[in-house]
Design a binder for this molecule. Structure first.
Ligand code: NAG
Ligand code: NAG
Ligand code: NAG
Ligand code: NAG
Ligand code: NAG
Ligand code: NAG
Ligand code: NAG
Ligand code: NAG
Ligand code: NAG
Ligand code: CU
Length: 819
């Protein structure tokens, strides 16, 4: 539906200045009624919420503009063909289906299809592409060797046993054929050599943990929960309370210990549960798979510990227990507009457009991007979501790989649940929660979108439009200079690729940006609901943000792998530090002058390769190729620097994590690249924190780092102490961290001089004498501005294709999220 223009802000003068015609500006408004899917089922599964649309809907393409006259060109990227295959792109539908069918044909795996499996059956948890070794990939890319052999990485959830475990398998080569196909333990990427196996301490989480334990305890306590909060948590349809607790579980002395607490549940669509703790905690020993052997080890309320349920109940009904206020859902926890509308805010705000259409190219299928002097490929995996590969500038590789490794949210608190929480989010995965983006909000409306795909329960799910790519012109120029005779100024137009993963309560936005000066940015922003604490232990662990609520302090630490290849793989790390000195110069009359100078050093081995940025931002960290001097004899390289929020974990030797997140201990860590050290962490490190599948500290074994293939493991994050401004949600403005990689003597001069989107204006005596625009073209299209709300009716959620039995022609919609 299209309504008439409400106003036309374009004047002739504005049009001339903006270099595009404002001949037509059309405004549309949202359709009045929401389109509700025919039938929506809500169910809980593995702590996940599932919204499933049962009826088949057609997969019509996203429709953007609905133009009525000569409009601006298509803003989607121009389609091109990548120079070589995307060897990181993932399995095709057919490959995934063939691997699943083949695995079900292996009697030794004793597999049960997920839809029929109980907690005592073996199932397939993951089937995805095994990322090829760099050695093979580089031989293919650079030397024309054959494409690396394709294998599937498979994770089996072995639960048909009293000692359940996950196992990583390598299956291949692809395409599978009965004569050559095999599976083997996938052990080489792990530091722990136990055939890719790690125990599963959550094997009964979906089932027995609730039915035979937590709900049973909730039922035993129902007299008290009804009295305190008028609700129950016992698996009943009318429960208004929930029970959950620490992650990872305590793993001391061979025991598996949980601490859980009661939470109020929201009474509407808003996901506010993590804002509604109720302050009652209980401890249980859940070692082993027989719930009849599990033991309740005590209750905690108002900082008083009770050894048994009887003891707590007796104290409670004797009136000895002070009844504390409850945290209850309300508009304070809702993100919809509230409060007085801001002045003029009902008018549409400024927005950006792409009047010349797309200025970049994409191989949509291979996920290969060309923008200005840059090219790169996009890969996508369950554990970490989007990863960029073979990032080049003017054909020279800068980075072989750039991507997230793990994200930690380490809480602390006076209660055992906050104190025991240290989420290692790749356990849940960034891929499965990289939801569809919202055009005009998450990314400019003119962005180009790609889908991403992940495996779950013998299906592949596709997040539609979950990666966006767009150019953006910054609100500040790349360069400027004024004199009394001229002013010179250059636009700062950059290119970004972005995805957002909502892992439970938190939304992480990941953005990689490319600038015309040759610099590359990595940014993370966090929004969504905080996980809060019941306010009983005072101010040591957070601000009081509601009557009974503490903004629970926590560190977010996110690790990125940056595998630099500066003019080849042989690279070195140099430091150049500004240091204060007292120095005598030939011209200083024998007197020392208090000044400063540069102190240069080189990182020689992995023994010194775990460090922090240092005080006063005085130290420059450079990745250089000392065999590749520029024409002045300086080594060409890139500087690595924090742009915001460089940090490491505050907690030392975390009781929660032990060896599971050694990568979080320093700001920056450098290793020699090895095919057997592809990732700093493993999705199941939380399952055995003392002896995790990947103990990052084992990567450091004294190897030389001079003119070797180097990998930088870089931490950014936030020391997050949520305050009232985090209610109802944390905002992206301050929950923000990032890194910049900037050319350092890499080029002979600033590369941004190549753009024509610059101007020089000579002036004198009150008038301009020359306006030099370097051959820029004026855009003269009609701006057909269709506000984003109209198109948002195209939002769909995930598309699912069943793989076993393989049913490629009957996709359906289903979207999962974590509670
Ligand atoms: C798009 O434009 C066409 C032709 O002008 C019109 O028939 C149609 O109703 C418009 N669609 C929407 C959704 O506005
Ligand atoms: C699940 O079990 C049912 C009933 O035995 C069977 O018909 C179905 O094929 C099974 N599903 C799969 C994917 O094997
Ligand atoms: C195979 O799994 C079933 C459960 O699906 C289990 O009962 C049986 O013991 C397992 N067989 C072997 C040999 O482990
Ligand atoms: C491979 O083996 C399976 C199971 O034995 C059989 O069903 C299939 O037809 C075989 N495929 C080929 C190509 O021989
Ligand atoms: C749930 O329903 C049962 C049975 O109707 C009732 O006894 C109980 O009080 C209800 N619980 C809550 C929390 O309303
Ligand atoms: C609770 O257990 C602790 C440690 O076992 C013990 O010292 C204490 O006396 C017990 N308290 C009560 C009230 O039984
Ligand atoms: C995303 O998936 C949808 C549905 O399968 C498809 O129509 C669309 O072309 C895909 N988009 C891209 C960019 O491949
Ligand atoms: C990849 O590298 C690892 C470690 O060096 C090696 O064990 C493995 O065989 C390699 N994979 C392939 C397909 O060559
Ligand atoms: C403008 O300034 C540039 C740089 O000084 C000079 O080369 C050019 O001749 C000037 N043009 C005019 C019209 O004065
Ligand atoms: Cu936070």
């Amino acid at each position: 539906m299209r309504l008439t223009a409400l106003s036309n802000p374009c004047t002739a003068a504005a049009a001339a200045l903006a270099l595009f015609s404002c001949a037509e500006v059309a405004f549309a408004r949202p359709s009045p009624e929401p389109k509700v899917p025919s039938r929506v089922q809500w169910s809980r599964n593995r702590g996940k919420k599932i919204a499933r649309t049962v009826l088949q809907q057609s997969l019509e393409a996203r429709q953007y503009s609905n133009t009525t006259s000569a409009s601006c060109p298509e803003t989607k990227a121009t389609s091109i063909t990548a120079p070589y295959e995307n060897i990181w792109a993932g399995l095709s539908d057919g490959e995934a289906a063939s691997v699943i069918a083949w695995l079900f044909g292996q009697p030794a795996l004793n597999l049960t299809a997920s839809e029929n499996a109980t907690a005592w059956d073996n199932t397939i948890l993951l089937v995805e592409l095994m990322i090829p070794n760099k050695t093979d990939a580089v031989a293919y890319i650079d030397s024309g060797a054959a494409t690396p052999a394709r294998y599937a990485r498979v994770v089996i959830d072995n639960r048909a046993t009293v000692d359940p475990y996950f196992q990583d398998l390598l299956v291949g080569p692809l395409p599978l054929n009965n004569a050559t196909a095999s599976y083997q333990p996938l052990e080489f990427p792990l530091t722990r050599k136990t055939e890719g196996k790690v125990r599963n301490v959550g094997a009964d989480d979906d089932d027995a943990l609730y039915s035979a334990w937590l709900y049973k305890i909730g039922a035993e306590m129902v007299d008290i929960t009804m009295d305190l909060w008028g609700g129950s948590a016992m698996g009943a349809d009318n429960d208004t309370l929930d029970i959950w607790g620490i992650d990872p579980l305590w793993q001391d002395d061979g025991r598996i210990i949980r601490w859980d607490s009661f939470w109020n549940t929201p009474n509407d669509i808003f996901d506010a549960e993590t804002l509604l703790p109720l302050g009652l905690y209980f401890k249980s020993d859940v070692t082993g798979r027989d719930p009849s052997q599990w033991k309740l080890e005590g209750w905690l309320y108002n900082n008083i510990f009770y050894n048994t349920t009887e003891e707590f109940r007796a104290a409670y009904w004797s009136g000895a227990v002070e009844k504390l206020a409850a945290n209850v859902d309300g508009t304070w926890a809702h993100t919809d507009q509230q409060g007085d509308v801001l002045p003029s805010d009902a008018n549409y705000p400024p927005t950006t457009i792409a009047p010349s259409g797309s200025r970049f190219s994409l191989d949509y299928e291979r996920k290969y991007v060309e923008w200005m002097d840059y090219t790169f490929f996009i890969g996508f995996s369950r554990d970490v979501g989007m990863t960029l590969y073979d990032i080049r500038f003017k054909g020279e590789r800068i980075l072989y790989e750039l991507g997230l490794q793990e994200a930690l949210a380490h809480y602390a608190g006076g209660d055992p649940v906050q104190s025991g929480t240290s989420y290692l989010d790749s356990y849940y995965g960034f891929g499965p929660y990289a939801f569809e983006l919202v055009p005009g909000y998450d990314c400019p409306e003119y962005a180009t979108y790609l889908n991403s795909t992940f495996y779950v329960d013998e299906t592949t799910h596709t997040h539609l439009n979950s990666i966006c790519l767009f150019e953006f012109t910054a609100d500040y120029p790349m360069q400027r200079h004024s004199t009394s005779e001229y002013v010179a100024n250059t636009k700062n137009t950059y290119f970004s690729v972005r995805s957002v993963s909502t892992v439970g309560n938190y939304d992480y936005m990941f953005t990689y940006s490319f600038y015309t000066d040759g610099s590359i940015g990595v940014e993370v922003r966090a929004s969504g609901y905080i996980q809060s604490a019941y306010y009983t232990t005072g101010s040591d662990f957070g601000w009081k943000i509601q009557e009974a609520l503490s903004g629970s302090m926590h560190d977010h630490v996110l690790n990125f792998k940056a595998d630099f290849d500066i003019l080849g793989t042989a690279n070195s790390m140099q430091f150049v530090e500004n240091v204060p000195v007292s120095r005598v110069f030939p011209w200083s009359n024998g007197k020392a002058r208090n000044t400063m100078q540069l102190q240069r050093s080189t990182l020689t081995t992995e023994d010194e390769a775990r460090f922090d940025w240092g005080v006063n931002s005085a130290k420059q960290v450079l990745v250089v190729n000392t065999d590749a001097p520029n024409k002045w004899g300086e080594s060409r390289g890139y500087r690595v620097l924090p742009s915001f929020g460089a940090m490491h974990l505050t907690v030392k030797d975390s009781s929660n994590l032990v060896n599971a997140a050694r990568w979080a201990e320093y700001d920056i860590q450098v290793t020699r690249q090895h095919d057997h050290e592809p990732r700093a962490a493993h999705a199941y490190n939380s399952q055995d924190v003392n002896d995790p599948p990947v103990d990052f500290s084992a990567f450091f074994n004294g190897e030389s780092l001079e003119q070797e293939d180097l990998v930088l493991w870089l931490n950014v994050g936030m020391h997050h102490v949520p305050n009232t401004g985090d209610l109802p949600n944390t905002v992206f403005t301050t929950a923000h961290a990032g890194l910049t990689f900037a050319p350092n003597n890499y080029f002979d001069m600033d590369q941004s001089r190549r753009t024509v989107n610059m101007v020089r204006i000579n002036y004198s005596g009150g008038s301009a004498a020359e306006v030099e625009t370097f051959g820029q073209k004026a855009a003269t299209c009609a701006v057909d501005f269709t506000p984003v709300e109209y198109d948002l009716w195209q939002y769909k959620g995930d598309v699912v294709v069943r793989k076993f039995p393989y049913d490629p022609n009957d996709p359906y919609y289903e979207t999962d999220s974590i509670v």
